[in-house]
Every structure is written in C-alpha cells, then in structure tokens.
Design a protein around this ligand. Structure first.
Ligand SMILES: CC(C)(COP(=O)(O)OP(=O)(O)OC[C@H]1O[C@@H](n2cnc3c(N)ncnc32)[C@H](O)[C@@H]1OP(=O)(O)O)[C@@H](O)C(=O)NCCC(=O)NCCS
Length: 204
C-alpha cells in the first residue's frame, strides 16, 4: 500500500502509517460489505493450542467441514487431545474455534485407515508427523487460515525433531497442498469415506 512513498510524501498526502487502502470496482454494496467483514474476521483470528474443554467445539466444526463418513468422532478427538494434544492447533475468532488442524507423531511413513480409529497407534519418538485433519469454517475460508494452521503445526513438529510430515487427501485438494510445500506420492492405501486418496509428504 503506497509502498513507493517515503515518510515525507506519506505525511504530505495525509496517509497514516496504519492506513488501509481498499480498491473496489462497481460491485454490489452488500457483496463488498460481506467481503470486507470476512477479511477483517479472518485477519483477527489467532492460532493457539486446544484443551479437553474445546472438544465439543472441535467436533462441531469437524461435522460442518466433513461429510459424516470422513469426520473424526468426538472419541477420537478426546483420545488425540489427551495423548498427543500438543500436535493440535485451533484458529479462534473472539474465542470461537473457526479452524482446526491435528496430527500424531508416528514411526509410520503414511497414514493408514486403522490410525483414524479412536485409539489409533502413535509414537512420540517417531520421526514423522501424520496430519489427520485440517478444517476451516465455511464463513472463514479463503483468508489464509488453513495455511497459518499448517505453518504453526509444522513449525512445532520441526522444533520437536520431526523430520517429515505426511497426510492423505482427495485429488481436488492436491494443488492446495502442493502450494503448502507437499509432494504427491501417489494413491494411498487409505480409502476413508470410500474415496480415492493420495499420499502427500514434505520434509521438515
Ligand atoms: C481446504 C480448507 C481447509 C482450506 O481452508 P482455507 O482457510 O480456505 O485455506 P487458505 O485460505 O489458507 O487457502 C490457501 C490457498 O488454497 C486455495 N484453496 C482453498 N481451498 C481450495 C480448494 N478446495 N481447492 C483448491 N485450492 C484451494 C486458496 O484459494 C488459497 O490459494 P491462494 O493462496 O493462491 O489464494 C477448507 O476449504 C476446508 O475446511 N475444507 C473442508 C475440509 C477439507 O476438505 N479439509 C482438507 C482435508 S484433506
């Protein structure tokens, strides 16, 4: 924003340092207001950890974001938060959970369906971070929250001696994960939700 102006010229043009410039074309006023509201809300979210108190909110968001056959159960969230909750992050807006990401430390290379069970195997000393879920509430999407959640989790994992991160996804989201640094390793053994899934991986 006005990046080309130095302090003297900004002052002369009466543009404060914290001013935000919005360029809008001839659009419907309600669309503009709703776009602006969405941008301000996503910008105001904070990434933080979760605790057992958040389980209801986490399960409710999961149910909004995934079809029933793919959504993790409340029991699975209880188990994950109790056993390796340090690999679970949430995006909050005014205290409300609007995005989640969670994973497990593991010595396996890729996710297999047995790991999604409510008591799936994990290994705190394993060198891999398996990412089980990433979801953002529909009202908060397209504002970079998923990317911020992913960065927070990967930074934590790297600081805690994890060497690689792996996840599975459907074909439609491969491009999304490639932008976040993942490489596609082909069709996964996972068939969760009766869909064809792909194994994606990145080195940390
Ligand atoms: C996928 C999901 C987590 C993305 O959340 P988000 O907060 O909107 O993502 P971001 O704003 O960080 O998006 C980052 C980029 O990915 C792109 N993107 C988002 N959703 C996408 C999709 N479905 N397909 C392709 N690209 C997508 C965005 O356009 C953005 O690109 P840009 O940086 O070039 O503008 C969200 O759509 C969601 O919760 N979906 C339902 C649950 C799901 O499918 N989770 C993934 C399971 S593997």
């Amino acid at each position: 924003m006005h990046a080309e102006l130095d302090d003297k010229h900004l002052e002369r043009a009466v543009i404060a340092e914290n001013a935000v410039r919005i360029s809008a074309g001839l659009e419907d006023a309600e669309d503009l207001i709703s776009d602006l509201e969405r941008s301000l809300n996503t910008a105001a979210t904070e990434i933080c950890g979760v605790s057992a108190e958040d389980i209801d909110a986490v399960a409710a968001l999961e149910a909004v974001a995934f079809p029933r056959e793919k959504a993790a159960t409340r029991e699975a969230f209880e188990y994950r938060i109790a056993n390796f909750g340090e690999y679970f992050f949430a995006a909050r807006h005014n205290g409300k959970i609007v995005g989640i990401i969670d994973g497990a430390p593991s010595n396996r290379k890729y996710i297999m369906d047995d790991l999604y069970k409510a008591d799936g195997e994990f290994d705190k000393d394993g060198e891999t971070l398996l990412i089980y879920g990433l979801a953002v509430h529909p009202d908060y999407r397209e504002g970079g929250i998923a990317e911020r959640l992913m960065n927070a989790l990967l930074e934590y994992a790297a600081r805690n001696s994890k060497k690689r991160a792996a996840l599975t996804t459907e074909k439609e989201l491969i491009g999304f994960y490639e932008k976040l640094g993942y490489k596609n390793h082909g069709i996964s053994s996972s068939t969760i939700g009766n869909t064809v899934e792909f194994d994606l991986e990145q080195t940390l």
